[in-house]
Design a protein around this ligand. Structure first.
Ligand code: FEO
Length: 128
């Protein structure tokens, strides 16, 4: 299955630093997509660590702006990390597991950013 992680302005949350982090996640998704199965393992760990850093940064950002859905959003991040843990538990041994991982990351990046992250971006606009 061909998955291409392409950044687009529709993913912007009107915060330069967080947009940059999302762009880095897209870039990591592409790197994983084009890597060999052996290379993917190291890259997945890199993406996992970066995702944790990103979630910390984003939660801090939402806290600073008193975003009312902070608790719900933090719970969604917890669910995503939990799914990431499940998918990568045995270290992506097969192409099928690698494909499932990419599919999950793609869904997360495209859907979570456009729906959930969008909510704090819209809140920023209305609270100014
Ligand atoms: Fe950018 Fe809520 O993840």
């Amino acid at each position: 299955m061909a998955i291409e992680f392409v950044w687009d302005e529709k993913y912007s949350v009107n915060d330069e630093e967080i947009d940059q982090q999302h762009k880095s996640l897209f870039a990591m998704g592409n790197e994983i997509h084009f890597a060999s199965l052996k290379e993917k393992k190291g890259l997945v760990l890199q993406l996992y660590k970066y995702t944790l850093e990103h979630f910390d940064k984003e939660e801090e950002h939402m806290k600073k702006m008193d975003f009312p859905l902070l608790r719900e959003h933090t719970a969604l991040h917890g669910d995503l990390i939990s799914t990431l843990n499940d998918i990568t538990a045995d270290g992506l041994q097969t192409k099928r597991e690698a494909d499932a991982f990419e599919k999950f990351v793609y869904r997360w990046l495209s859907r979570h950013i456009q729906t959930e992250d969008r909510k704090y971006a819209d809140f920023t606009k209305t609270s100014k």
